[in-house]
Design a protein around this ligand. Structure first.
Ligand code: SAH
Length: 434
């Protein structure tokens, strides 16, 4: 929706407001977007509200927008200009969201079209290709804002790419992104899992199903560090598998030898199988989802080299199960604690902090001296610093001394762009009980 004439141009609108605005403003806006063509729909920011755009942060909050020029629809590309008319960015408009626009490009010459998505997807994919070899057939290809594609997530599971469109702009360009995934990655199927809760904040309904190609009959299967897993692309959590923990599973595997391991919140058994591969003496895995546990059992069966007699699976609420184990006097030499997101935003931080403290306190009590605790938070509302404080409080209350052996984060295929610190959602600590 960019052609002048179809919609009131920014210049025309601004002209009508000349009395309120400085006379040079329309020219500045036109210059910002290519003089003579009209700029199409635009967001004019309030004075002083352009700071975060100048730092190249990709979100434009509703409170920063003073005026909307033209009549952009949800997902349309808009030009974002400062109060003085200076060009700031080309962004996707989202009229219902508090994040009113998400930036596609800070380049005034960028055309937001299918070729733009082809280039951006190819760029992100090229950075991931080195991670795919016989030992690994899965990785995140598109990591949203950090790959310059706000609201776009894509994970590759062998021949299948799973796409999540979480913003109005992602929704608008879904087909272009899906075909770019096929072109650049050579996958046979792009399956959509746009069913995350955050879509409702953008006024978008949930949608799932194949976008291009069809899912293989036997579903998606992957190999991670030589271990085979089935991935339930259609019904599993998120896009089907927690690829962000790949490097942390390897760390756990490296420390597992001879240890009695407890894997709390095990999902489809990622850390459990990694611990078995690392020579764990036993692995007790706990999750509240019967479906996840049945996939976990099936995953173990896919790997005959792993000793299945050392694995136990328990369907239970982790909060209750940790207490039961404590009361039964159980002890473990290594505990992995990877709960779901307790605090999606900072507003939930306080309640989440209590939950994190509770499970970590119980974990410290279940650990033997010298035992290892790999503990995680994937809550955007809990910073790494706060998480460390919560875990320190848990150790104190458990009357335990512990050291940080390593600070953990999401795998390298989940990069964090420096201009988007919000992308740093997964934090973990590998701790040794004294
Ligand atoms: N570590 C896993 C991913 C964990 S995702 C991996 O590497 O694949 C979080 C898991 O916690 C989900 O499987 C979910 O079913 C489970 N879960 C959520 N709340 C729970 C609770 N109260 N008790 C037990 N499991 C829970």
């Amino acid at each position: 929706m960019t052609a002048a004439g179809q919609r009131p141009t920014a210049s025309a609108k601004v002209d009508r407001r000349k009395s309120r605005r400085t006379a040079h403003e329309p020219h500045a806006i036109a210059r910002a977007a290519g003089a003579g063509t009209g700029i199409g729909p635009a967001l004019v920011l309030a004075p002083g509200r352009e700071k975060s755009s100048r730092l190249r942060h990709p979100w434009i909050f509703s409170g920063a927008v003073e005026r909307v020029l033209g009549e952009p629809s949800s997902g349309d590309t808009v030009t974002v200009v400062a109060a003085d008319g200076t060009f700031l960015a080309r962004a996707a408009y989202s009229p219902l969201s508090q994040i009113r626009a998400r930036v596609w490009s800070f380049d005034p010459h960028a055309m937001i079209d299918a070729a733009f998505f082809n280039r951006t997807v190819a760029h992100a994919a090229a950075a991931r290709m080195a991670m795919l070899d016989a030992g690994h057939t899965a990785c995140r290809i598109l990591h949203g804002e950090s790959d310059g594609l706000p609201g776009v997530i894509a994970d590759r599971y062998g021949d299948v790419a799973v796409l999540q469109c979480l913003s109005a702009g992602a929704e608008r360009w879904r087909d272009a992104i899906a075909s770019a995934l096929v072109t650049t990655m050579g996958v046979r199927c792009v399956y959509e899992r746009s069913d995350a809760d955050v879509r409702s904040l953008e006024g978008l309904p949930a949608r799932t199903g194949p976008v291009l190609g069809t899912l293989p009959q036997d579903g998606a299967t992957i190999v991670e560090d030589g271990i085979a897993y089935g991935v339930d692309v259609a019904r599993g959590q998120k896009t089907g598998f927690y690829l962000d923990q790949r490097e942390n599973r390897r760390i756990v595997r490296g420390h597992a030898s001879g240890r009695r391991v407890l894997n709390a919140f095990c999902y489809t058994g990622g850390f459990s199988l990694a611990a078995l591969a690392g020579g764990a003496a036993s692995v007790l895995s706990v999750d509240s989802s019967a479906d996840a546990l049945s996939m976990a059992r099936a995953n173990l069966a896919r790997n005959p080299s792993l000793d299945a007699t050392r694995a136990q699976w328990q369907e239970a609420d982790v909060f209750a199960e940790l207490r039961r184990l404590r009361d039964a006097g159980a002890k473990f030499d290594m505990i992995v604690m990877d709960p779901p997101k307790f605090a999606p935003t900072a507003a939930h931080a306080e309640r989440a902090a209590r939950a994190y403290k509770d499970i970590n306190l119980l974990a410290f009590k279940l650990l033997t001296d010298g035992g290892l605790l790999a503990t995680f938070s994937c809550s955007g509302g809990i910073t790494a610093e706060l998480f460390q404080k919560i875990v320190a409080g848990a150790a104190l209350d458990a009357n335990v001394d512990a050291q940080i052996v390593a600070r953990l984060s999401a795998s390298a295929d989940h990069p964090v762009a420096l201009n988007f610190p919000e992308g740093d959602y997964l934090k973990g600590l590998l701790l040794r009980k004294a």
